[in-house]
Design a binder for this molecule. Structure first.
Ligand code: B12
Length: 452
């Protein structure tokens, strides 16, 4: 049965969207409304998207994120996922102001596309909400996931690209120079799109050799923490850390010893305009997409013109003391200056803390660590987790599995206080709120793997 559109902006007001009218044609089945894919596609492209595809919720790779998505948007039946192309040449400029301006313009475009499309869909009686995957985030969620939906996985499932070594979804034409967006739809799609069969990543490793923190490794490992701390110096945890630097500074000269005037000015820009990132080099140097053939024909030129300026750039690299990033930057880029900062990380629940462990794990610091840890939290949160560290890898499992080398029993709030450097371990142990069974050296080893 076709449902005729209910409300539409007036043709005569000059603001009528040509594709908008057709979106109102929907077919209703016992499973709900089946949406017209071509019409939605046209609507999204007319709003500025450069590529569009569709996925439903039954994909196994979405299973982990589904409860979170449905908690917020319980009526979601499918996603329209889209790509907004960014200007390659601006991103390739070593001048941060130019590159950041392009990323922030792209972010505005994604939000604008969402705004236009969702309004049109709403006008035609369809429930839809956009997820930009950009700021604002859910800053108060305590389950360890501040974003609503994993756009990279949605995009891969929709066949818009495949994640490369730089962890970016690489579009077959536009390569890494894209932002993603998604629109949750209260309707199903007759023929959802399927993942691509081949990756546009050509394994050139340029992202790995250019990454100032070593977060991207040639073997495919991605160090979330090192990337985040440097790149997001002026966002999220970096902001928290800056505020702490201000509050902890004794006076103006003490603050200036910790933060240069140039950095303070950069903060002013981020707060007054759009928050800057400190690095997008892994996007800039990536030759994937329609440029791959010319890159393969002349790798040397690409290296000289695009890669070299990033590698040679004298700049600050933000890193936590005794982290893999600090070691990497000092060893590989001695002409760059490592600025030691705190991570700004302050977990508010042990559940979130445990979930984040694999993302924060520093495999370089974990050399020589081999132990099985049992964490038994009681009090406000009841959580039992096993963490195994060995061969510079980490495994986190729910429940108490195997025989522990170190068993940690703790009141969840006391543990968070200790981790957040607000409570002292000996004092909490004296009060019986934290108990260790096994060598305390193993706790020290554990801490070494997660410098903060
Ligand atoms: C968190 C985040 C970051 C973090 C972490 C980066 C990362 N690789 O995850 C930081 C701050 C460092 C970051 C930086 C950047 N980001 Co960012 N970021 C996100 C965000 C919000 C979530 C990404 C995510 O799922 N991260 C989890 C990590 C671990 O994912 P992953 O390893 O890459 O992928 C695996 C995991 O997702 C894993 N997985 C899923 N759940 C879990 C849970 C656990 C516990 C574990 C271990 C694994 C896991 O399965 C995946 C496949 O193996 C998305 C927006 C969104 N809502 O999706 C944008 C997004 C990924 N960022 C984007 C961009 C462009 C950037 C930057 C270039 C900065 C910028 N200018 O915006 C840099 C590039 C850094 C890089 N090389 O990754 C774009 C990427 C576009 C594209 N082409 O793919 C996105 C999609 C935003 C958007 N709207 O377009 N980002």
């Amino acid at each position: 049965m076709a449902i005729e559109g209910r409300v539409h902006r007036d043709d005569a007001d000059g603001d009528f969207h040509p594709a908008g009218k057709s979106v109102t044609t929907q077919t209703e089945t016992p499973m709900g409304v089946v949406l017209d894919k071509d019409m939605l596609d046209r609507l999204c492209r007319a709003a500025g998207a450069d590529d569009v595809a569709f996925v439903e919720l039954d994909r196994p790779r979405l299973a982990g994120d589904l409860p979170g998505i449905l908690r917020v948007l319980p009526w979601t039946k499918s996603f329209m996922v889209f790509v907004r192309r960014l200007s390659r040449h601006a991103i390739r400029s070593p001048a941060r102001s130019l590159s950041s301006a392009e990323f922030t313009a792209g972010a505005h475009d994604v939000k604008e596309i969402i705004h236009k499309v969702v309004r049109d869909l709403e006008d035609s009686g369809l429930r839809a909400v956009g997820i930009s995957g950009l700021f604002p985030f859910e800053s108060s969620r305590t389950d360890g996931s501040p974003f609503i939906a994993p756009l990279k996985i949605l995009a891969e499932e929709a066949g818009l690209g495949v994640m490369g070594k730089n962890r970016m979804v690489l579009h077959p034409r536009f390569g890494a120079d894209i932002y993603l967006g998604a629109i949750a739809l209260d309707g199903t799609i007759a023929a959802p799109d399927q993942p691509l069969s081949a990756s546009p990543c050509i394994n050139c490793n340029l992202c790995a050799v250019t990454c100032p923190t070593g977060a991207i490794a040639k073997d495919g490992h991605f160090d979330f923490s090192s990337c985040m701390i440097h790149n997001y110096r002026e966002k999220v945890g970096g902001f928290v850390e800056w505020i702490h630097t201000i509050t902890d500074s004794r006076n103006r000269s003490d603050y200036r010893r910790r933060v240069s005037d140039a950095e303070t000015l950069s903060w002013w820009q981020s707060l007054g305009y759009d928050a800057n990132t400190h690095c997008d080099y892994c996007v800039a140097v990536c030759p994937a997409g329609d440029e791959a053939a010319s890159f393969l024909a002349n790798r040397q030129r690409h290296f000289q013109d695009i890669v070299r300026p990033f590698r040679e750039k004298a700049e600050l690299v933000y890193a936590v003391p005794e982290s893999d990033a600090e070691d990497h930057a000092a060893r590989v880029f001695p002409h760059k200056t490592v600025r030691r900062i705190g991570s700004g990380r302050r977990p508010t629940s042990v559940v979130a803390m445990m979930r984040m462990l694999p993302l924060l794990f520093q495999r370089g610091q974990a050399k020589g660590v081999a132990a099985r840890y049992h964490f038994r939290f009681r009090g406000k949160e009841t959580v039992e987790t096993t963490v195994v560290i060995g061969d510079q890898r980490i495994l986190v499992e729910s429940g108490l599995i195997g025989r522990a080398d170190l068993e940690i029993q703790a009141d969840s709030e006391a543990w968070l206080g200790f981790v957040n450097k607000e409570r002292k371990l000996p004092w909490e142990m004296l009060r019986g709120r934290i108990r260790l069974r096994g060598s305390p050296h193993l706790l020290k080893d554990f801490g070494r793997c997660f410098p903060a």
